[in-house]
Design a binder for this molecule. Structure first.
Ligand code: DGL
Length: 271
């Protein structure tokens, strides 16, 4: 057993979709969430800079003694995965879970035709991280497209209406044309837009949420590594930190996570 908290990090609120999925599967675990809102969004920034920012937040979480680091952001996962494994898992014994490989594995298992679509931020798509993660699977045809405005819609709570529908049709057109049967939601915000995405893609296309897939990995790793929290410690109280303005984060966080968002505190980072 290991009763230390699970550290979850994201550029802002999006990672709360991962936190939500982790809390649903593991209600006995203590969550320590950090949104790097001072530097959000990550998805439009150069990948090397995102790497610096994410490592800084992970260092802060490691200092607080977390047992696991969950990189709950596709862009950050694309930027730091290999370094994070070496720095925290190998050197410090802290398990690292990210969102790209679990989603890629699930997509490979889900597809029947071998044609997979991927949508994500500009940085995630440009990094080719999903293509790398799926490279070893033979016979796949992959088409990817950046869907940056989806982040704005999700944060504004706009999930219906002409504007979002038009943008969804534009982004998803090349993916529909490729006749995929599986679409990876390669950005933490997109689970909030499954209604419009599924409407445009059609019901025969399976949506794979990177948030949900990562939460499965968190569950599996904690069980396999015998690191679950001691139930005798009682119900955990999740902790939430931001590097920017707490007041702006609170209403958005409630939309992404629900009423369990309690007090939100400030965390200082160096970058
Ligand atoms: N969390 C980011 C991701 O999953 C989306 C928001 C951002 O660009 O920071 O890629």
């Amino acid at each position: 057993m290991d009763s230390a908290p699970i550290g979850i990090l994201d550029s802002g609120v999006g990672g709360l979709t991962v936190a939500r999925a982790v809390m649903d599967k593991l209600p006995g675990e203590q969550i320590l969430y950090v949104g790097d809102t001072a530097h959000s969004p990550y998805g439009t920034k150069p990948i090397a800079y995102v790497r610096e920012l994410a490592m800084d937040v992970m260092d802060r979480l490691a200092e607080r003694g977390v047992k696991m680091l969950v990189i709950a952001c596709n862009t950050a996962s694309a930027a730091v995965l290999r370094d994070a494994r070496e720095r925290y898992e190998v050197d410090a014994g802290i398990s690292v879970v990210e969102v790209i490989q679990p989603a890629a594995r699930r997509a490979a298992r889900t597809t029947k035709t071998g044609r997979i679509g991927i949508i994500g931020t500009e940085a995630t798509v440009t990094s080719g991280a999903y293509l790398d993660a799926l490279a070893a699977v033979p016979g796949l045809e992959i088409v990817q497209h950046a869907a940056p405005k989806f982040v704005e819609f999700a944060e504004a709570g706009i999930t219906t209406g002409d504007e979002v529908l038009e943008v969804a049709r534009e982004y998803l057109q090349p993916i529909k044309e490729a006749d995929v049967d599986t679409l990876v939601l390669g950005c933490t915000h997109y689970p909030l837009l499954t209604g419009v995405i599924s409407y445009v893609m059609g019901e025969d296309v399976q949506l794979v949420s990177s948030s949900e897939s990562a939460a499965h990995d968190v569950y599996r790793r904690l069980v396999e590594e015998d690191k679950l929290r001691d139930p005798a410690l009682g119900e955990p109280v999740p902790e939430f930190y931001v590097t920017g303005d707490e007041r702006r984060f609170a209403p958005l966080a409630k939309r992404f996570l629900g009423p369990q968002v309690g007090e939100i505190s400030r965390m200082e980072v160096h970058s």
